[in-house]
Ligand binder design. Sequence first.
Ligand code: HEM
Length: 404
Amino acid sequence: MTGTIDPVAEQTPAFPAARAAGCPFDPPPTVQALRERTRLTRVRLADGSTPWLVTRYDDQRALMADPRISSDVTRPGFPSPSPVRGRPLSFILMDDPEHARLRRMVTAPFAIRRVEAMRPTVQKIVDDLIDEMLAGPRPVDLVQAFALPVPSLVICQLLGVPYADHDFFQDNSRVLINRDVTPEERWVAVDRLSAYLDRLIGEKLDHPEDDLLSSLADRVGKGELTRPEAAQIGVLMLVAGHETTANMIALGTLALLEHPDQLALLRESDDPALVASAVEELLRYLHITHNGRRRVALADIEIAGQVIREGEGVILPNDIANRDPEAFPDPDRLDIRRDARRHVAFGFGPHQCLGQPLARMELQVVYGTLYRRIPTLRLAARLDEIPFKHDGAVYGVYELPVTW
Ligand code: HEM
């Protein structure tokens, strides 16, 4: 079945669309409905442009892996959520060979063996934070007490960033990924984070330690990287390394509390395979990077019975791909025993999430520990009182009051 092209911009649906008030875990119903009607359609962005929106899982994967598709945000036609300021940029917004050159500089710590070696450290971080929560007052905001500190402490240790600065980098990261701030506000946050990382890299040049920023500083010293490139890599790793995982911890906990049968399965099993399976299913079901992958076509691409022309923008909302019934039967059901490993919550193709082995391990430790150590954990607010991140490029909750 092919989609219908609607050439009249005013008649195209607006994107991003709002989520339903009643079911905070589901993709926007209007976008889900598009998937049922068509494989490829035009949508209208706030700036009036009308890029293509790809609705099905198979087509999204094919395009994410297609070398004729570009992530270069500076190209004309790129459906950028906000105006771009030129280089230097993070490699997430570049194409090969530049993207591959910079990505290679930071792949080593994410090898499975290196990540597994960090598991005891992450377990200790998780246990210590739970001890603190249990010793403190109730109710408590799980976001501040647990979901944010776990990945922040981990990424700080891996990068060599002082955790004492967490208010600074968490506040600026929040601005960076907020859809509702002005471009100027976003640029101020980028500049602050870049200056901060640049200063740390300067310190590591003089006093190297056993961390990722020191290895970037070493490459700067050898002339393999410029200092602004190193600082941009640092910003990307710091922001991507804590915001995403923090949202998966808090939103994942809320989803489990709202699905007590699934929570009971997880809590009562000591099978690491079930915990790993729950992580994959929650990644699929919650799809927190809900604004979609953004790309622009480098050549005419025939797909889904249509042609995406060179220079036209493409949006790939992974949230509706993860709910495609042809890829995942009964997709709107949270089922931690299903095999959800083919989800696209980490993207696909050359830009597939670099930190996914680390994110997976952190979530396995969290989901495998929190509900067993606090078996009576429950919400301390009504669901309709929870503030959701509808304005963020990464979905989640701003606060999660819990008690036990
Ligand atoms: C549950 C947690 C996470 C989720 C859902 C997530 C999701 C994603 C997605 C969807 C992309 C693809 C972007 C695109 O195609 O345009 C991505 C890329 C990336 N992620 Fe993650 N991520 C997570 C955790 C992490 C962590 C812990 C790190 C560690 C530092 C990290 C670092 C990166 C980097 C560096 C990229 C860019 C890769 C490239 O462009 O080659 N992420 N992530």
